[in-house]
Write a new protein. Structure first.
Length: 309
């Protein structure tokens, strides 16, 4: 059966640790693995604009000896005349893997069901699992291990980042706290899935509406933009709703004394986070951004090895 990476819980705790170990190795020795030598091609498809995802996958595929084929759905048949599964059946004859940054998770599921090459979720409305691998790598670099840490995510609990933190954090054995307005809580099914994983790993899942309560004593504080792509028309409403979830120096002071601050970027400075925090000594956002490269390379190496076995 072909292995894909569509959600953070598509891998087990042991597999997550294996990928993170490999990412750390590839960060130390960037060109050590060449599974795409040939060069083999990886299709990297974008429904949405991108900086970090586009650059990190293009550079990563090249580092692995391959050739990245960047495709915009605006100039392809995908999503128009052709279904994701039909596109996948064509691409698998020519490429070694498919990476897709899209909107609906269902499109990724259809893509994966229609192909024998690995499909990677480079971001959907529901999940952002590649970002979480980079985030976990960053935390592990600073703290040595993940299990037993406590992390608070503040803002839109129904966002792809919050929901990926629930699943990936639980898989890593982290105590995950999500602080959001009640009407922006994570999907119930995601909470159930994350809680079930946490019971096996020693982690936990807790939902809050009070950001100060959620941040108290934590090891890591995370936020993300309040206005994601596709939700621009909701900006005024969201700024009013999320205003007191802003991460500022006063809120960070409630966290642990050596707490890390993380943000997947791009950031709306002055909205979800103040400049003194994002540019301050507790911020690890630039390491986090770089680690997209290493984590995604490790994921591709791992998927190609698993699917070749």
């Amino acid at each position: 059966m072909t292995r894909h990476f569509l959600r953070d819980d598509d891998i087990t705790p042991a597999e997550q640790a294996e990928i993170l170990d490999l990412a750390a190795q590839l960060k130390r020795d960037r060109f050590a693995a060449k599974p795409l030598a040939g060069p083999q091609t990886v299709a990297v498809i974008f429904d949405k604009s991108s900086t970090r995802t586009r650059v990190s996958f293009a550079v990563g595929v090249a580092d692995l000896g391959g050739s990245p084929l960047i495709i915009s759905t605006a100039s392809s048949q995908l999503g128009g005349k052709e279904t994701p599964s039909d596109t996948a059946r064509v691409l698998e004859r020519m490429v070694s893997a498919i990476v897709w940054r899209t909107y609906a998770q269902t499109g990724l599921e259809q893509m994966a069901a229609g192909t024998t090459v690995p499909v990677v979720n480079a971001l959907s409305d529901e999940f952002h699992p590649c970002q979480l691998l980079a985030d976990l790598l960053t935390i592990r670099e600073r703290r040595g291990s993940l299990a037993g840490l406590t992390l608070a995510f503040l803002g839109d609990g129904a966002s792809n980042m919050a929901q990926s933190y629930l699943l990936a954090g639980a898989t890593a054995g982290i105590h995950i706290r999500i602080a959001s307005p009640a009407e922006y809580a994570p999907d119930d099914d995601v909470v159930v899935d994350a809680t079930a994983i946490a019971t096996q790993t020693g982690g936990s899942v807790t939902l809050y509406t009070d950001p100060a309560e959620a941040v108290a004593g934590v090891d890591v504080v995370v936020t993300d933009t309040w206005v994601s792509m596709g939700k621009e028309e909701e900006k005024a409403e969201r700024l009013a709703v999320f205003g007191h979830y802003r991460v500022d120096a006063e809120l960070m002071a409630l966290a642990g004394p050596d707490a890390l601050f993380m943000h997947c970027l791009p950031a709306d400075r002055g909205y979800e986070v103040t400049a003194d925090v994002i540019d301050g000594p507790q911020s690890v956002i630039w390491d986090e951004a770089e680690n997209r490269l290493h984590a995604q390379k490790a994921l591709l190496v791992w998927l190609l090895e698993k699917n070749a076995a």
